[in-house]
Every structure is written in structure tokens, then in C-alpha cells.
Design a protein around this ligand. Structure first.
Ligand SMILES: CC(C)(COP(=O)(O)OP(=O)(O)OC[C@H]1O[C@@H](n2cnc3c(N)ncnc32)[C@H](O)[C@@H]1OP(=O)(O)O)[C@@H](O)C(=O)NCCC(=O)NCCS
Length: 134
């Protein structure tokens, strides 16, 4: 399958919402808050997208200073395209774009813990969080 990866191309809000609805991943609770999603992507500085032709099939969204750290906030792959190494490629391209000076950090959802281990990430128990309110 010919999957094309693009860096820092922001898909349209309709393409993003269509992907979220078809990947069992929606980053915010209020799915009608399109403006919040638009702003999330406008302020991100590493966005890697995966495309099958014109169809957006996966996305990775991160915030990075390119000197020390990179936070990968959102990652998902369209249901019919899971298990084809697309998620792994999205993370690896993000890591490569961030560069060797950066640590790549993220918070996994419970069902993705095995995925991050499988692609070689180290699981740590020294992370802390102030959770968002909504
Ligand atoms: C998690 C997710 C991004 C993985 O993407 P994917 O394209 O299906 O995964 P890949 O095909 O790149 O998988 C890479 C490896 O991890 C394994 N893997 C994938 N998902 C896994 C899981 N949930 N648990 C354990 N292993 C997993 C694959 O079998 C593959 O192993 P291999 O290299 O030995 O063949 C995708 O399943 C998804 O979108 N899930 C819903 C949203 C989500 O949970 N996002 C993460 C939020 S933190």
C-alpha cells in the first residue's frame, strides 16, 4: 500500500474530524468544538500526516522546541489502516524531525501502552501531570 507521509501540512478541519471519527480517537470531549481543534493544530509545530491518495489515514501532532524536548500529544490511525506500520512511522518521523537533542515524551492511553513498547519507547514511572479540566 502506497502511503505518503507529509510534515507540517495541516489537514482541513473536516479531514481531521473525519479521521478522528474513524480511528476511535477524539482528542477533546466536546466533538462540536471545531475551533479548539483548529487552534490545537495551528499552535503545534510538528504535525506529521499519513495519506493514502487524497485520504488522510493518520496524524501525529506535537509541540517541540527543537533543542531539548518534544511532546507528542495526539496520534491516531484510521481503523481500516491500523496494523500497517503507519502509527510507528508517524512517531519515528516526529522523532527524526525533532532531532537528536530532543527527548520525545507522551502520555499513552491504556490501550496503546503495548504499541509504544513495541516500537521501542521506554516506559518510565517518573512522569507527573496536572490534568486539564476539560
Ligand atoms: C495506537 C495506534 C496509533 C497504532 O497505530 P498502527 O498504525 O495501528 O500501529 P503500527 O501498525 O504502526 O504498529 C507497530 C507495531 O506495534 C504493534 N501494535 C499496534 N498497536 C498495538 C497495541 N494497541 N498494543 C500492542 N501492540 C500494538 C503492531 O502489532 C506492530 O508490531 P510489529 O512491528 O511487531 O508488527 C492506532 O492503533 C490507533 O490509532 N489507536 C487509536 C488511537 C490511540 O489509541 N492513539 C494513541 C493515543 S496515546
Amino acid at each position: 500500500m502506497d502511503i505518503q507521509y507529509k510534515t507540517n501540512v495541516i489537514p482541513s478541519i473536516d479531514q481531521l474530524i473525519n479521521l478522528f471519527n474513524d480511528s476511535e480517537y477524539f482528542p477533546i470531549e466536546d466533538k462540536s468544538d471545531r475551533l479548539r481543534i483548529v487552534r490545537m493544530f495551528a499552535k503545534a509545530n510538528i504535525v506529521v500526516s499519513a495519506w493514502h491518495g487524497e485520504l488522510l489515514v493518520g496524524i501525529s501532532r506535537s509541540l517541540c522546541d527543537f533543542e531539548y524536548c518534544c511532546y507528542l500529544s495526539d496520534l491516531c490511525v484510521r481503523n481500516n489502516y491500523k496494523g500497517k506500520q503507519i502509527g510507528k512511522q508517524l512517531v519515528l518521523i516526529t522523532k527524526e524531525t525533532a532531532g537528536d537533542k530532543c527527548k520525545l515524551i507522551l502520555q499513552s492511553s491504556p490501550n496503546a501502552l503495548g504499541f509504544y513498547s513495541q516500537i521501542g519507547m521506554e516506559r518510565i514511572d517518573s512522569a507527573f501531570i496536572f490534568s486539564r479540566k476539560y
